[in-house]
Ligand binder design. Structure first.
Ligand SMILES: Cc1ncc(COP(=O)(O)O)c(C=O)c1O
Length: 372
């Protein structure tokens, strides 16, 4: 990050800067660009992209903003190890491994099975490169026991318990990263980089990105509506759970600095778009693959079939339905675009725990052409 740059959350709320744990990891602010050609194709004069894919020099995507607070918090303790969890291809687990190692912490990733895809292979190999200890668990119940066992092992090794980061980094402290991102967007609007968006399209997984954007956008007085595109099943992300996450995050911020704007949310604010999920989490859809192909051809940006491509495909759908006419639309790109191929080329999958070998030995899902 530019050393002169102070994140807007700390610029506007100096008390928060004194109190919140934080370590600078991200390259901020991330650029905003106009997607002119694709906008023309869709009949949208004002289609923009927020390049959070470039949020980190080594690894970008939406996890870096959350980790600045979450790993900052671990650095304040005397723990030496971080435990986190996700599905086998978790971008969050990989980001945690990379930035934990950068900060001198060890990491453990507890991973559950998912549909096979090229990015799963890439993320597993890269996690191995960054020395994450990878553990496979068949389901959440067995994983819960695994968490306890990893905590005990960590304590025996270090004399101090490891620290835990929940799936996707989506706890109030992590969500603050996206409250700040909304403030960053407001700065970019004021600076004339884009008009105030009517709509932001963003993938919804563990909910932290959408929750932080929704809270931040209201707090800075923008009228923009966030459209979270569901990429995970209902039981893992619901409007009720999202409301809880937003209000816990707001409470944390106001506890630390009562000057932080108090905003209220109604049920209408918490609309989640359900029609892009397809067969389920990590199952690519035809529409998402087409949308990803178009942006790759026109701009070189690579989207991910599990997350960002599904969110981008919702813009194509809505443009087709003519409900975006005259609107300013911002696509929030949450998927890393830093190239990991040199790193992963040197890693042999046989060095991974054997439960992960099948991702390399069996075919990926038919719609996955290896681009994202
Ligand atoms: C690339 C990408 N986009 C979007 C998301 C969803 O963000 P969140 O979990 O904050 O809802 C994730 C989460 O894992 C992700 O890896």
């Amino acid at each position: 990050m530019n050393k002169q740059y102070k994140i807007p959350l700390f610029r506007d709320y100096p008390k928060l800067e004194k109190q919140l744990p934080y370590v600078s990891l991200a390259t901020l602010p991330t650029p905003v660009e106009r997607l002119e050609e694709i906008g023309d194709q869709l009949g949208l004069k004002n289609l923009y992209i927020k390049r959070d894919d470039l949020s980190g020099a080594v690894y970008g995507g939406n996890k870096v903003r959350k980790l600045e607070f979450l790993l900052g918090n671990i650095l304040r303790s005397n723990s030496k190890q971080v435990i986190t969890l996700g599905f086998a291809g978790s971008n969050h687990a990989l980001a945690t491994a990379i930035y934990a190692q950068q900060l001198g912490l060890r990491s453990v990733s507890l991973l559950m099975p998912q549909v096979n895809a090229h990015y799963v292979r890439r993320n597993l190999l890269a996690s191995q490169y960054y020395n994450a200890k990878l553990c496979h668990y068949r389901n959440i119940t067995i994983m819960s026991l695994g968490i306890i066992s990893q905590f005990i092992k960590g304590k025996i090794k270090d004399g101090v318990f490891p620290r835990f980061i929940p799936a996707g980094g989506s706890c109030p402290l992590g969500v603050i990263g996206y409250v700040n991102a909304a403030m960053e967007l407001k700065d970019q609007i004021i600076a004339g980089k884009l008009p105030e968006p009517d709509l932001i399209y963003v993938p919804l997984g563990s909910m932290g990105t959408s929750a932080g954007l929704m809270l931040g956008i209201k707090a800075v007085g923008l009228k923009t509506r966030v459209i979270p595109i569901r990429v995970i099943e209902q039981k893992m992300a619901s409007p009720k759970q999202m409301l809880r996450l937003i209000s816990q995050t707001q409470s944390l911020l106001r506890e630390l600095d009562p000057a932080f704007t108090c905003v209220r949310f109604s049920k209408d604010d918490l609309y989640i778009r359900n029609d892009c999920l397809g067969k389920g989490y990590a199952h690519f859809t035809e529409k998402a693959v087409i949308a990803a192909d178009i942006i790759k051809r026109k701009t070189g940006i690579i989207l991910n079939g599990t997350y960002s491509a599904k969110a981008f495909s919702a813009i194509f759908d809505d443009a087709d339905r003519k409900i975006l006419n005259g609107k300013t639309v911002l696509f929030w790109n949450t998927y890393n675009s830093r190239d990991l191929s040199k790193i992963t080329a040197g890693i042999d999958y046989h060095n991974l725990p054997k439960e992960f070998h099948w991702y390399f030995e069996e075919d990926v899902q038919p719609l996955d052409k290896g681009k994202g």
